[in-house]
Write a protein that binds this ligand. Structure first.
Ligand code: NAP
Length: 190
């Protein structure tokens, strides 16, 4: 594993997180054991996985010394994955959300978009900010990406308002297991 190369290129002596992109069927446990070693060497502050489901963690649990600290996957109000979220919560696995804004591109959901528009108006925020605030209030870490400075600023401007419990319930009620990114064929694995 070439974590040292990354450290050199980034001109730092540690990384905040090292993640496995998905549970590679043939090498899942082997890669994880390598990552545990990197963590024990102190080169990274946390180690985790992406695109893992409960069964992947149960598989790792059979041989690992450290259970993943992070699981990065796609979730949003229309794809809330309640069972996986609860599993992560119970096992102290921090949920990190990739593609947190892509759900906004699924236009054929008028009720969802109407609710976002309503909340955006109420709090003088954008629809993207409402979704990101929802994520944070679920205790999750969304990682929106943008090439525009004003959007980068807007995407972190979500800490000056709070959605009510009822509004969180309304957003959670939008769930229809609708994933934007198709899961990679090699992802289900194991
Ligand atoms: N682990 C995995 O399997 C996995 C899979 C997919 C993605 N990821 C990671 O997740 C991160 C983000 O995912 P992503 O880029 O797919 O999706 P995203 O961050 O949800 O969306 C990015 C897109 O949304 C636009 N955008 C950003 N902020 C916006 C705003 N405030 N209003 C409107 N549009 C906005 C960006 O356009 P502009 O640039 O033009 O602003 C860009 O086209 C990336 O770091 C990616 O590497 C991981």
């Amino acid at each position: 594993m070439k974590v040292e190369n990354s450290l050199r290129q980034l001109q730092t002596d540690y990384l905040d997180a090292l993640l496995m992109h998905w549970p590679y069927p043939d090498f899942f446990q082997e890669i994880w054991h390598e990552m545990e070693a990197v963590y024990n060497e102190g080169l990274v502050r946390s180690i985790g996985v992406c695109n893992c489901r409960q069964r992947h963690f149960e598989k790792l649990r059979q041989t690992c010394a450290i259970l993943p600290m992070i699981n990065q996957f796609e979730t949003s109000p229309i794809n809330s994955k309640p069972e996986l979220a609860e599993y992560c919560r119970q096992n102290d696995i921090q949920v990190m959300i990739y593609s947190p804004l892509m759900n906004l591109r699924l236009q054929s959901r008028p009720q969802y978009h109407d609710l976002l528009q309503h909340l955006a108006g109420k709090y003088s925020k954008t629809k993207a900010q409402i979704v990101l605030r929802f994520d944070v209030q679920r205790g999750m870490i969304p990682i929106p990406k943008s090439t525009h400075r004003e959007r980068l600023e807007s995407n972190i401007g979500i800490f000056d308002f709070t959605l009510s419990e009822e509004e969180m319930r309304q957003l959670l009620a939008c769930n229809e297991n609708r994933q934007y990114m198709p899961e990679s064929r090699s992802c289900p694995g194991l």
